[in-house]
Design a protein around this ligand. Structure first.
Ligand SMILES: [Zn+2]
Length: 199
């Protein structure tokens, strides 16, 4: 505790960031006050604007400043393919790593009844409406290969089939350049179980 209540408040506020405990928060606060006053003020302004102005896209649920995000509004993205991801981070990873040119739907979580995350919280009503529009032909299930991610994918696959849409799942396999002995058991078991024919 310092002699400045405001400093204490700043340290406490910084602790809302992931992975930031008391000590790190204190270091950040001192750093800003000692060396980065100007950029600290800039951070405060941008933070305030972002918190107030960034909402969710009404079509894909990704973060957006406009009612419909740029990806959903883009005429150059393929509207017949819809990729479902758990988070904006996953969406960004796919955008950066692949040449995917279809559209997205962001769940902002995964089915997890114990955490109170059900179909409603994940916006599956909105997804169903989207599928019912008739444009989507393939639903790519890009949820994570965790127990909850798999359960979510299973649920979404049923939703897709009910709408007459083909669900596809990302293959989870041995990493390129990897050696079997270093691959974790779950990955190896999954890769082995989803083996495909070679010609
Ligand atoms: Zn969108």
């Amino acid at each position: 505790m310092s002699s400045s209540p405001l400093l204490n408040e700043l340290i406490e506020a910084l602790r809302c960031l992931p992975g930031v405990g008391g000590k790190s928060a204190q270091r950040m606060a001192f750093h800003l006050l000692e060396r980065e006053r100007e950029r600290g003020l800039k951070l405060a302004t941008v933070l305030q604007q972002a918190m107030q102005k960034i909402g969710h896209c009404s079509r894909c649920r990704n973060f957006s400043e406009t009612p419909v995000c740029a990806t959903c509004a883009s005429s150059s993205r393929d509207r017949h393919v819809l990729c479902v991801v758990e988070s904006p981070t996953d969406l960004a990873a796919i955008e950066q790593a692949t040449g995917y040119r279809g559209q997205y739907f962001v769940l902002m979580g995964r089915l997890s009844p114990l955490d109170g995350l059900g179909p409603e919280e994940l916006g599956l009503g909105l997804l169903s409406e989207r599928l019912a529009e008739g444009e989507v032909e393939e639903l790519i299930l890009a949820t994570n290969p965790t127990v909850e991610g798999e359960a979510t994918a299973h649920y979404l696959a049923q939703l897709a089939r009910a709408a007459g849409i083909r669900p596809t799942r990302l293959a989870h396999g041995v990493p390129l350049g990897g050696e079997l002995e270093y691959v974790d058991r779950g990955t190896l078991a999954h890769a082995f179980g989803s083996r495909q024919s070679v010609d």
